[in-house]
Design a protein around this ligand. Sequence first.
Ligand code: MSP
Length: 539
Amino acid sequence: MTSSPSGRFYITTAIDYPNSVPHMGHAYEKIVADFYARAARIRGYDTRFLIGLDEHGLKIQEAAAREGKEPQAFVDEKARVFQELYALLEISNDDFIRTSEPRHAEFVKEIYSKVLERGDIYKGFYRGDYCVSCEKSYTKSELVNGNCPVHGTATVVLEEESYFFRLGKYRDAVRSHIESNPGFIRPVERRNEILSRLREEVLDLSISRSTFRWGIPLANDPSHVLWVWFDALSNYISALRRPEDMFERYWSDATHVVGKDILWFHTVIWPAMLIAGGYPLPREVYVHGFVLDAEGRKMSKHLGNVVDPLEVARDYGVNALRFYILRAFASGQDGAFSRKDLEERYQSELGNDLGNLVLRVAKLAQTKLGGRVRSPGGAGELEAGSVIRDYFENVDAREHHRAVETLWAYIRRTNAYLNEREPWKIKDPTELEKVIGSAVEALRVIAHLAHPIMPSAASAVAASLGFEVSAISSLSSFPDAYAATVGSPLFPRREPPRRRSPPEPPSRRRKRIPSRGSRFGSGASSRSRTTRTRTSSSR
Ligand code: MSP
């Protein structure tokens, strides 16, 4: 059961553009990556998790100008908003890189100089149909009715002097790396997509601009600043160099988690840059799909259908939001964000399946055993070895939604076990201890496997049943007894949503979200404390 022969795991996400506030797409990616980071940590891997912001470029310079701010002051403000959101979502990143930091520029200059020395950067003339929102030029065939294929808005023709990276020269080397490393791009459909694109000609890449200033100047020509990708992609290594050098320790075990729109940059441009600079390649690029609106449309400000993660967290709690993202969106695929689906899963899977299970076991322990549950000294009657194995096989296959499914099947099995054994009717004390003890042991496994999905809910389960969530290996040792207490419901029944007032800026809105430190972490706002009645046997 190991996906990392070295026992190390370095996981990164795309660094977000802070030109606006974060949306559900940003939150989605960080939650998915956080799941994998936490799953690696509880397996005992030496794990490092990086997220951050892509702060340079014309788009940021223009957004700052619109607010009458200097770009640095503008990104400093936005960085706070992003970091607050990610802290609220319980993202367990070890570092947060910002491309305006000196430590970042230091590595960018290093890799740029190496590629330059090798003769792979030259001055040329750039012409492109450019979309300011995408920060990207399109070929004529990529345009849709002459407009940007992503935003549907008009592009502008850009013609200017630029430095180019000889990307074309590295096409065969990159292709051969992808061919000989089947796990380099996952899922496999994305790998096939890139391999087929690599059968065609690959053009050199324009990497600098002289028409704006908000970027890292080129060492050989300070009248130019680096253009998006050479700058942004370097973050994955620049963050490993300061304050201490962690490159040797982590780099060859790197997994990049990125959206499908930036597949090419991570699987072709970045490897080519690394080969040209003489650096080893990361282990894997895992590509996720997009969060769409409930009707399956792309989210956009223009359509007014952007889902705000803060609003969903306020209504359902951070645990439920994380659960929904990991459970309802098949790994690698696009998925629709539906409040109706979230509501249903909240009631049935979180409330009835998990929330009620915890309450009924804690109550049984309290009423039947005075709160002290002796451990069966083994798994008891709900053996979970195969569950743990399947769960981590799904983690290794980057099929997190199946890992959640595996856990939920076990949760339901535990509920069914209690329904069959009917401990509330058992008179024999040894038998009673065996059944309740087996259920507590099952919940210990459940809390551990739930931790990467819903960290604070998992801790609340543990607190109620008298154990701690730690490494998976701890599950094979058994204490003498557990001290169980009945806590408040994990996922209290929700009243029908009230009419919401118009959205406020995130910094103000954030204050009303339940804090991480509450009894059950960031559970749903408890408008009502009624528990569910479907599994009514917690007598
Ligand atoms: N700054 C670049 C990435 C540079 S990485 C060296 C960028 N930023 S972004 O803010 O536009 O997007 C950040 C991440 O969010 C990307 O991986 C992108 O795919 C992801 N998402 C943006 N919208 C999304 C959805 N609607 N759904 C899921 N993820 C999407 O690209």
